[in-house]
Design a binder for this molecule. Structure first.
Ligand code: 5RP
Length: 262
Protein backbone atom coordinates (compact mmCIF):
# COMPACT_ATOMS: atom_id res chain seq x y z
CA UNK A 1 0.00 0.00 0.00
CA UNK A 2 1.18 3.51 -0.80
CA UNK A 3 2.81 5.27 2.20
CA UNK A 4 0.30 8.12 2.30
CA UNK A 5 -2.67 5.77 2.12
CA UNK A 6 -1.22 3.59 4.88
CA UNK A 7 -0.44 6.60 7.04
CA UNK A 8 -3.97 7.99 6.68
CA UNK A 9 -5.64 4.66 7.41
CA UNK A 10 -3.49 4.20 10.52
CA UNK A 11 -4.76 7.56 11.81
CA UNK A 12 -8.33 6.30 11.45
CA UNK A 13 -8.01 2.68 12.55
CA UNK A 14 -5.70 2.60 15.52
CA UNK A 15 -2.82 0.17 14.84
CA UNK A 16 -2.64 -0.67 18.58
CA UNK A 17 -6.12 -2.22 18.57
CA UNK A 18 -7.08 -2.45 14.89
CA UNK A 19 -10.24 -0.61 15.91
CA UNK A 20 -11.87 2.80 15.53
CA UNK A 21 -14.31 5.12 17.29
CA UNK A 22 -15.40 7.85 14.92
CA UNK A 23 -17.89 10.59 15.59
CA UNK A 24 -20.35 11.23 12.74
CA UNK A 25 -21.82 14.73 12.48
CA UNK A 26 -22.54 14.85 8.75
CA UNK A 27 -26.32 14.43 9.12
CA UNK A 28 -27.11 18.00 8.08
CA UNK A 29 -26.08 17.35 4.47
CA UNK A 30 -29.56 16.00 3.79
CA UNK A 31 -31.42 16.44 7.12
CA UNK A 32 -30.62 20.08 7.92
CA UNK A 33 -30.16 21.12 11.55
CA UNK A 34 -31.04 17.92 13.41
CA UNK A 35 -31.72 18.00 17.13
CA UNK A 36 -28.56 18.68 19.19
CA UNK A 37 -26.57 19.50 16.06
CA UNK A 38 -28.01 22.98 15.58
CA UNK A 39 -24.64 24.40 16.72
CA UNK A 40 -22.23 21.60 15.89
CA UNK A 41 -19.24 23.28 17.54
CA UNK A 42 -20.97 23.38 20.93
CA UNK A 43 -22.14 19.78 20.74
CA UNK A 44 -18.86 18.28 19.63
CA UNK A 45 -16.32 20.41 21.50
CA UNK A 46 -16.25 18.18 24.63
CA UNK A 47 -16.26 15.00 22.52
CA UNK A 48 -13.39 15.71 20.15
CA UNK A 49 -10.70 14.44 22.51
CA UNK A 50 -12.37 11.03 22.56
CA UNK A 51 -12.93 10.62 18.82
CA UNK A 52 -10.38 8.86 16.61
CA UNK A 53 -11.87 10.80 13.71
CA UNK A 54 -14.67 13.20 12.86
CA UNK A 55 -16.97 12.59 9.88
CA UNK A 56 -18.53 15.75 8.48
CA UNK A 57 -19.03 18.02 5.48
CA UNK A 58 -16.65 20.76 4.43
CA UNK A 59 -19.16 23.45 5.45
CA UNK A 60 -19.28 22.36 9.07
CA UNK A 61 -15.55 21.61 9.09
CA UNK A 62 -14.60 25.06 7.83
CA UNK A 63 -17.09 26.96 9.99
CA UNK A 64 -17.30 25.01 13.21
CA UNK A 65 -14.11 23.02 13.80
CA UNK A 66 -10.78 24.50 14.89
CA UNK A 67 -8.05 23.54 12.42
CA UNK A 68 -5.48 23.53 15.24
CA UNK A 69 -7.23 20.95 17.42
CA UNK A 70 -9.31 18.83 15.04
CA UNK A 71 -9.04 15.06 15.14
CA UNK A 72 -8.43 13.34 11.77
CA UNK A 73 -11.19 14.21 9.32
CA UNK A 74 -13.40 11.92 7.23
CA UNK A 75 -14.87 14.32 4.72
CA UNK A 76 -18.32 13.55 3.34
CA UNK A 77 -18.05 14.38 -0.35
CA UNK A 78 -21.42 13.09 -1.53
CA UNK A 79 -24.80 14.81 -1.36
CA UNK A 80 -27.20 16.74 -3.54
CA UNK A 81 -30.32 15.17 -1.99
CA UNK A 82 -32.62 16.18 0.87
CA UNK A 83 -35.11 14.52 3.17
CA UNK A 84 -37.94 16.38 1.38
CA UNK A 85 -36.61 15.81 -2.13
CA UNK A 86 -37.55 13.41 -4.92
CA UNK A 87 -35.43 10.43 -3.89
CA UNK A 88 -32.71 10.13 -1.26
CA UNK A 89 -30.62 7.92 -3.52
CA UNK A 90 -30.09 10.80 -5.96
CA UNK A 91 -26.67 11.55 -4.56
CA UNK A 92 -23.45 12.55 -6.30
CA UNK A 93 -20.05 14.18 -5.65
CA UNK A 94 -20.30 17.56 -3.93
CA UNK A 95 -16.70 18.25 -3.00
CA UNK A 96 -13.60 18.01 -5.17
CA UNK A 97 -10.54 15.96 -4.41
CA UNK A 98 -8.50 19.19 -4.48
CA UNK A 99 -10.65 20.51 -1.64
CA UNK A 100 -10.12 17.26 0.27
CA UNK A 101 -6.34 17.62 -0.14
CA UNK A 102 -6.52 21.30 0.89
CA UNK A 103 -8.40 20.30 4.02
CA UNK A 104 -5.80 17.61 4.79
CA UNK A 105 -8.44 14.92 5.23
CA UNK A 106 -7.69 11.37 6.29
CA UNK A 107 -10.49 9.91 4.13
CA UNK A 108 -13.38 10.86 1.86
CA UNK A 109 -16.84 9.36 2.42
CA UNK A 110 -19.40 8.62 -0.28
CA UNK A 111 -22.83 6.95 0.01
CA UNK A 112 -23.98 4.17 -2.29
CA UNK A 113 -27.62 3.10 -2.64
CA UNK A 114 -27.59 -0.50 -3.83
CA UNK A 115 -30.98 -1.56 -5.22
CA UNK A 116 -32.36 1.98 -5.27
CA UNK A 117 -33.46 4.12 -8.19
CA UNK A 118 -30.08 5.87 -8.51
CA UNK A 119 -27.94 2.81 -7.73
CA UNK A 120 -25.92 3.14 -10.95
CA UNK A 121 -25.16 6.82 -10.42
CA UNK A 122 -23.93 6.24 -6.87
CA UNK A 123 -21.84 3.17 -7.72
CA UNK A 124 -20.10 4.95 -10.58
CA UNK A 125 -19.71 8.00 -8.35
CA UNK A 126 -17.95 5.85 -5.77
CA UNK A 127 -15.70 4.26 -8.39
CA UNK A 128 -14.75 7.66 -9.85
CA UNK A 129 -14.01 9.07 -6.41
CA UNK A 130 -11.78 6.08 -5.61
CA UNK A 131 -9.91 6.57 -8.90
CA UNK A 132 -9.22 10.20 -8.04
CA UNK A 133 -8.53 9.73 -4.33
CA UNK A 134 -6.08 6.92 -5.08
CA UNK A 135 -3.91 9.45 -6.97
CA UNK A 136 -3.40 11.34 -3.71
CA UNK A 137 -3.21 8.39 -1.31
CA UNK A 138 -6.57 9.25 0.23
CA UNK A 139 -8.70 6.30 1.40
CA UNK A 140 -12.41 6.21 0.57
CA UNK A 141 -15.08 5.23 3.05
CA UNK A 142 -18.12 3.81 1.24
CA UNK A 143 -21.37 4.24 3.16
CA UNK A 144 -24.03 1.63 2.38
CA UNK A 145 -27.04 3.91 2.61
CA UNK A 146 -30.68 2.80 2.51
CA UNK A 147 -32.48 6.14 2.58
CA UNK A 148 -35.89 5.76 4.19
CA UNK A 149 -35.97 1.99 3.60
CA UNK A 150 -34.58 1.02 6.99
CA UNK A 151 -36.14 -2.48 6.77
CA UNK A 152 -33.67 -3.31 3.97
CA UNK A 153 -30.89 -3.65 6.53
CA UNK A 154 -30.54 -7.43 6.72
CA UNK A 155 -27.40 -9.55 6.34
CA UNK A 156 -28.18 -10.56 2.76
CA UNK A 157 -28.65 -6.98 1.53
CA UNK A 158 -25.77 -5.51 3.53
CA UNK A 159 -23.38 -8.30 2.44
CA UNK A 160 -24.24 -7.50 -1.17
CA UNK A 161 -23.80 -3.74 -0.73
CA UNK A 162 -20.54 -4.05 1.25
CA UNK A 163 -19.06 -6.54 -1.19
CA UNK A 164 -19.86 -4.30 -4.15
CA UNK A 165 -18.25 -1.32 -2.38
CA UNK A 166 -15.12 -3.37 -1.68
CA UNK A 167 -14.98 -4.67 -5.26
CA UNK A 168 -15.12 -1.08 -6.52
CA UNK A 169 -12.08 -0.36 -4.36
CA UNK A 170 -13.33 1.27 -1.14
CA UNK A 171 -10.67 0.92 1.53
CA UNK A 172 -13.16 1.01 4.45
CA UNK A 173 -16.94 0.56 4.56
CA UNK A 174 -19.55 2.01 6.85
CA UNK A 175 -22.66 -0.10 7.16
CA UNK A 176 -25.36 -1.06 9.63
CA UNK A 177 -25.36 -3.73 12.28
CA UNK A 178 -27.91 -6.50 11.66
CA UNK A 179 -28.72 -10.06 12.76
CA UNK A 180 -25.98 -12.44 11.55
CA UNK A 181 -23.65 -9.45 11.10
CA UNK A 182 -20.67 -11.81 10.92
CA UNK A 183 -21.94 -12.79 7.43
CA UNK A 184 -21.60 -9.16 6.32
CA UNK A 185 -18.05 -9.08 7.74
CA UNK A 186 -17.19 -12.34 5.97
CA UNK A 187 -18.42 -10.95 2.62
CA UNK A 188 -16.11 -7.93 2.84
CA UNK A 189 -12.34 -8.06 2.32
CA UNK A 190 -11.93 -4.59 3.87
CA UNK A 191 -12.70 -3.32 7.40
CA UNK A 192 -16.29 -2.44 8.30
CA UNK A 193 -17.49 0.12 10.81
CA UNK A 194 -21.10 0.51 11.84
CA UNK A 195 -23.39 3.52 12.00
CA UNK A 196 -25.44 3.89 15.15
CA UNK A 197 -28.66 4.68 13.30
CA UNK A 198 -31.51 6.65 14.84
CA UNK A 199 -31.21 7.15 18.61
CA UNK A 200 -31.98 3.94 20.47
CA UNK A 201 -34.24 3.91 23.53
CA UNK A 202 -31.41 3.79 26.07
CA UNK A 203 -27.64 4.23 26.21
CA UNK A 204 -27.40 0.59 27.24
CA UNK A 205 -28.99 -0.41 23.90
CA UNK A 206 -26.31 1.57 22.04
CA UNK A 207 -23.52 0.00 24.12
CA UNK A 208 -24.96 -3.42 23.30
CA UNK A 209 -25.03 -2.52 19.60
CA UNK A 210 -21.36 -1.52 19.63
CA UNK A 211 -20.42 -4.65 21.56
CA UNK A 212 -22.36 -6.97 19.23
CA UNK A 213 -20.80 -5.32 16.19
CA UNK A 214 -17.16 -5.57 17.29
CA UNK A 215 -17.86 -9.03 18.73
CA UNK A 216 -18.85 -10.16 15.24
CA UNK A 217 -15.90 -8.57 13.49
CA UNK A 218 -16.59 -4.86 12.97
CA UNK A 219 -13.48 -2.67 13.16
CA UNK A 220 -15.45 -0.15 15.18
CA UNK A 221 -18.17 2.46 15.04
CA UNK A 222 -18.86 5.68 13.19
CA UNK A 223 -21.58 6.79 15.53
CA UNK A 224 -23.61 9.97 15.68
CA UNK A 225 -26.99 10.35 17.33
CA UNK A 226 -26.47 7.63 19.93
CA UNK A 227 -23.55 9.66 21.24
CA UNK A 228 -24.32 13.35 20.79
CA UNK A 229 -28.08 13.11 21.35
CA UNK A 230 -27.41 11.50 24.72
CA UNK A 231 -27.77 13.83 27.70
CA UNK A 232 -24.47 12.34 28.82
CA UNK A 233 -22.59 12.38 25.55
CA UNK A 234 -19.10 12.65 27.07
CA UNK A 235 -19.74 9.61 29.29
CA UNK A 236 -21.26 7.80 26.34
CA UNK A 237 -18.33 8.20 23.96
CA UNK A 238 -15.94 7.04 26.68
CA UNK A 239 -18.07 3.97 27.37
CA UNK A 240 -18.14 3.17 23.65
CA UNK A 241 -14.34 3.49 23.57
CA UNK A 242 -14.03 0.99 26.40
CA UNK A 243 -15.96 -1.55 24.35
CA UNK A 244 -14.25 -0.89 21.03
CA UNK A 245 -10.65 -0.36 22.13
CA UNK A 246 -10.49 -2.25 25.45
CA UNK A 247 -12.88 -5.11 24.72
CA UNK A 248 -14.90 -4.17 27.81
CA UNK A 249 -18.15 -6.05 28.34
CA UNK A 250 -21.43 -4.16 28.09
CA UNK A 251 -21.82 -4.22 31.87
CA UNK A 252 -18.28 -2.86 32.39
CA UNK A 253 -18.98 -0.10 29.88
CA UNK A 254 -22.31 0.65 31.53
CA UNK A 255 -20.58 0.89 34.89
CA UNK A 256 -18.11 3.38 33.43
CA UNK A 257 -20.98 5.33 31.83
CA UNK A 258 -22.83 5.52 35.15
CA UNK A 259 -19.71 6.62 37.00
CA UNK A 260 -18.97 9.38 34.46
CA UNK A 261 -22.46 10.70 33.84
CA UNK A 262 -23.64 13.95 35.40
C1 5RP B 1 -25.63 9.26 7.00
C2 5RP B 1 -24.39 8.93 7.72
C3 5RP B 1 -24.31 9.25 9.16
O1 5RP B 1 -23.03 9.71 9.44
C4 5RP B 1 -24.56 7.99 9.92
O2 5RP B 1 -25.86 7.60 9.80
C5 5RP B 1 -23.98 7.96 11.36
O3 5RP B 1 -24.73 8.57 12.25
P1 5RP B 1 -25.79 7.83 13.19
O4 5RP B 1 -24.96 6.99 14.15
O5 5RP B 1 -26.50 8.95 13.84
O6 5RP B 1 -26.65 6.96 12.30
O7 5RP B 1 -23.46 8.42 7.16
O8 5RP B 1 -25.64 8.63 5.76
Amino acid sequence: MDWGMQNRISKLIKPETGRAVWLAIDHGYFLGAVSKLEKPQETVRPLLGFADALMLTRGVLRNCIDAKTSPPVILRVSGGNSIVGEDLSKEAITTSIKEAVRLNVSACAFSIYVGAKYEHQTLLGLANLINEAQEYGIPVLAVTAVGKELAKRDARYLSLACRIAAELGAQIIKTYYCDDFHKVVEASPVPLVIAGGPKLRTELDALQLASDAVGQGAAGVDMGRNIWQSDNSVAMIQAIRQIVHKNASVSQAEELFNSLKK
